[in-house]
Ligand binder design. Structure first.
Ligand code: BES
Ligand code: MN
Ligand code: MN
Length: 456
């Protein structure tokens, strides 16, 4: 029997090659033109699960992209771990900003560059390889179920139905997800919360057609200008969100909890330099760690209208648009916040324009326990692999399904993430450290071992 360290060492090249093969599929869920690639990716993942030793492997169709399921039940008396991940990726554009093509994984400086490298192919695939090791070495100490979906990046729209229709099949004692970040390889950490999301699109309509900006400009409201003003009014001078009722349900942390949160290592100068910004910014009265972890936010994700082609066109556009998202914290509710936004934004529209707010997908915030067996098992496993005790942090991103798992399956999640915030998720030149990948594979079997031990 080999130790996981030895196994990783002797299979390293293959583990990388297989991940590269997975990364070569352009499984972009947002764009229907990749539908074929998405399905092929699901089939690839299913095959890899079979090869690693999973039973009942199935590419489950949904109204959208398929969900890959597989399991290994070794003894019904043992605890069951459900591994969740997503094989879909964000669109790769703007393509011209990639140093190497997004779907041709390339190693530079010890990092794998490709769309999906960290989010989430490189991370969920660690579980497939750790599983392979546990099977090959009779080291599996829990039952295991895999559920790898293909619509996380578009709001997991069909996963809710799948979960509801498969509660028996998905029955488990804990859900493990590697789709978040840790502080660094020197300071491992475990995210213990994710923010929720409200996402809307707004449309501002002025005149009933595009107009000559000389003939009509100055006499008719320009929807682009009005949209900019409306958006600017959504924050006050302290960068608080100025939507009435927005903060009503926000759970405030105690001074002790805030102090603990702010103990995490964080270098503001390094942060500014990494992002190329002259100064940081945000809600008054809160630190950067708090602003991205325990406070809700409102961001414009895109804004357009009028002429944006080559050269100049003197036009007063009929319409202007924006995509706006709000990150939510406990105990905010996405439907309620979306409703508040809609009411407010449509309400402040002046008579010279029409404003319409269209809600998109949402997701609820979650906090995961730090006093559970699963958290303790994760803590021990990370400490063993990184020689340092991991610290709890709050994640700024969202994985809406976590709250849904809790609601539908009554099972809590451990966020065993190995990415870094600087991995360029959703950006050009997404990357994942080879060391993060291999260390992740090394950590996972210990998690299973400790989870089984502590569950006794
Ligand atoms: N893996 C991310 C979420 C994430 C990233 C959590 C980093 C914590 C740290 C996930 O794939 C993601 O991008 N989720 C979306 C939400 C979804 C509804 C589109 C997000 O956070 O924007
Ligand atoms: Mn992800
Ligand atoms: Mn993502």
């Amino acid at each position: 029997m080999q130790t996981i360290k030895e196994y990783v060492q002797s299979n390293k090249d293959r583990f990388l090659e297989e991940l590269f093969a997975l990364l070569r599929f352009p499984s972009v869920s947002a764009d229907p033109k990749y539908k074929n690639d998405v399905v092929k990716t699901a089939e690839f993942v299913a095959q890899k699960l079979k090869d690693a030793g999973a039973d009942k492997v199935e590419v489950c169709p949904t109204a959208g992209n398929p969900i890959v399921y597989g399991e290994k039940i070794i003894d019904p008396a043992l605890p069951t771990v459900l591994v969740y991940g997503h094989y879909d990726v964000q669109p790769a554009d703007p393509l011209e900003l990639w140093e190497t093509p997004p779907f041709e994984p390339t190693v530079r400086d010890g990092k794998i560059y490709a769309r999906g490298a960290a989010d989430d192919k490189g991370q969920f695939y660690m579980h497939v390889k750790a599983f392979e090791y546990m099977i090959a070495n009779q080291a599996l100490s829990c039952n295991i179920k895999f559920m790898i979906e293909g619509e996380e990046e578009v709001g997991s729209v069909n996963l809710g139905t799948f979960v509801k229709e498969n509660t028996e099949r998905l029955k488990s004692d804990v859900i493990v997800i590697s789709d978040t970040s840790m502080i660094s390889l020197e300071q491992p950490s475990i995210e213990t919360g994710l923010r929720g999301l409200s996402y809307v699109e707004v449309e501002v309509t002025g005149p009933n057609r595009d107009l000559h900006s000389g003939v009509y400009g100055g006499a008719v409201a320009n929807p682009a200008t009005i949209l900019a003003k409306l958006i600017a009014s959504l924050h006050d001078e302290n960068n608080h969100i100025a939507i009435p009722g927005f903060y009503d349900d926000v759970l405030e942390l105690s001074p002790a909890e805030r102090e603990a949160l702010n103990k995490a290592p964080f270098d503001i100068e390094e942060y500014k330099q990494d992002l190329g910004v002259g100064d940081i910014f945000g809600e008054k009265g809160f630190t950067t760690i708090e602003r991205t972890g325990i406070r809700p936010t409102l961001e414009v994700n895109g804004i357009w209208g009028g002429y944006i082609g080559e050269g100049a066109k003197t036009v007063l556009p009929s319409k202007a648009f924006a995509k706006i998202s709000m990150r939510l914290v406990p105990n905010q509710n996405s439907e309620r916040v979306t409703e508040l936004f809609k009411k407010h934004f449509e309400g402040i529209a002046p008579a010279y324009v029409k404003v319409e707010v269209k809600p998109h997908h949402g997701g609820e915030p979650v906090v995961t326990p730090t006093d559970s067996i699963a958290y303790k098992a994760a803590e021990k496993a990370l400490e063993e692999a990184f020689n340092k005790k991991p610290i709890p942090t709050r994640g700024g991103g969202s994985i809406p399904i976590v709250a849904l798992f809790e609601k539908e399956l009554n099972v809590k999640t451990v966020l065993l993430g190995f990415g870094l915030d600087s991995d360029n998720l959703h950006s050009p030149n997404e990357k994942y450290g080879i060391e993060n990948y291999l260390k992740g594979i090394e950590t996972i079997p210990s998690f299973f071992k400790y989870f089984a031990e502590l569950s006794k």
